[in-house]
Design a protein around this ligand. Structure first.
Ligand SMILES: N[C@@H](CCC(=O)N[C@@H](CS)C(=O)NCC(=O)O)C(=O)O
Length: 342
């Protein structure tokens, strides 16, 4: 089923209301991956538009996948950090609510620490969001965005012959608790870079305040009240979740298990990439994910794993991972950025 909305109208309203600085509205492509070509607001809309944020891991996966697919898109950088939270602006939420995912899934109500959609429900207020003006679709999840890019590219990211092996890895990465490891501290030694430790201190509470503020500004009869109410439930659950050291230890254990399994897979295949000699969406997702873990100081997990260590370095040199994640301008500083960004 394809829902037909006026994506031009919805995306334009979201762009103008939620991307405060026109300098953050650009056009990006694999040939020109840096967001420094200003968008001509009077020109026809590019077919694809992405709403995203520099250090959102889901945005990084989407940008890297769009790069691998060789697709051009209008780049709309939404600041998601409190107290700015442009992602809570009504027009942006309205755009996400026009997606098929919003129509099909229950609204988010809980917190798992992961960023994949399974188990939490539909979050109406996060990035990334991809708009395809040609088909009238709004795609609201990084895995779906990557698969959409794959289809448009004629299966460049998920070759049909190795589809199941690639998707198995993609789903492992999608289930990793990246949100929890970013917002919450390791109770046995917090190695997140100082700007992240400072920025994440009390972050859920700050998000709750911003959602409440935006909700209070909605017209009384707005159909979006439920979306805001559900986001509040998730953020309250997240605040309680990361405050419990046992929860944080469980997330770290889960991550260790996945990385150990990756070592086993890499050792078994003895190829450059996780499913063989071809770089695929599995490597795009793993590369972005390993870089995030490195940035947050979790690379001790694979320090003694030669397969993952070498694989991580190969991934970090891949142009799509560099362009979409590591070198995207505006990333907060940290040892990993200094070492790998170009
Ligand atoms: N399932 C979604 C999750 C998206 C998500 O969790 N986005 C985070 C950044 S990676 C976000 O926008 N957080 C802002 C907020 O919750 O206010 C996806 O994979 O795209």
């Amino acid at each position: 089923m394809t829902l037909q909305f006026d994506t031009h109208d919805l995306a334009k309203k979201a762009r103008l209301a939620a991307v405060g600085d026109p300098g953050r509205r650009t056009v990006v492509s694999a040939d020109h991956p840096r967001p420094d070509t200003p968008r001509d607001e009077n020109a026809a809309d590019p077919r694809l538009e992405l709403f995203h944020f520099v250090m959102s891991i889901c945005s990084q996966k989407s940008r890297a996948a769009l790069f691998e697919a060789g697709l051009e898109y209008g780049s709309n950088e939404v600041v998601i950090m409190p107290p700015v939270n442009e992602n809570y602006i009504e027009q942006y939420v309205a755009l996400r609510m026009a997606s098929q995912a919003a129509a099909e899934q229950p609204l988010v109500g809980g917190y798992t620490g992961a960023t994949g959609v399974h188990g939490e429900g539909f979050d109406p207020m996060v990035v990334p969001t991809l708009v395809d003006h040609e088909t009238g679709q709004v795609i609201t999840d990084s895995r779906d965005i990557a698969l959409y890019a794959n289809t448009l590219s004629g299966d460049r990211l998920v070759p049909e012959t190795i589809h199941d092996a690639v998707m198995k890895q993609v789903d492992i990465v999608d289930g990793l608790p990246h949100a929890g490891l970013f917002y919450g501290a390791n109770p046995d030694g917090d190695h997140r870079p100082p700007p992240i430790q400072a920025g994440m201190n009390g972050a859920h509470l700050k998000k709750i305040e911003q959602v409440e503020r935006r909700k209070a500004e909605l017209p009384v009869d707005s159909p979006l009240h439920a979306a805001y109410a559900h986001k509040l439930k998730k953020e309250r659950a997240g605040k309680a979740f990361i405050a419990d050291p046992d929860n944080m230890r469980a997330l770290i254990e889960q991550t260790k298990t996945a990385i150990n399994a990756l070592e086993v897979d890499l050792t078994a295949t003895r190829t450059s990439w996780v499913t063989g000699d071809t770089f695929t969406l599995a490597d795009t997702f793993w590369g972005v994910s390993l870089f995030r873990l490195l940035y947050l100081g979790y690379d001790w997990i694979w320090a003694e794993l030669p397969g993952v260590s070498a694989y991580a370095d190969r991934c970090f040199a891949r142009p799509s991972i560099l362009a979409g994640a590591i070198s995207w301008p505006g990333h907060p500083p940290g040892a990993a950025i200094e070492r790998y960004a170009v």
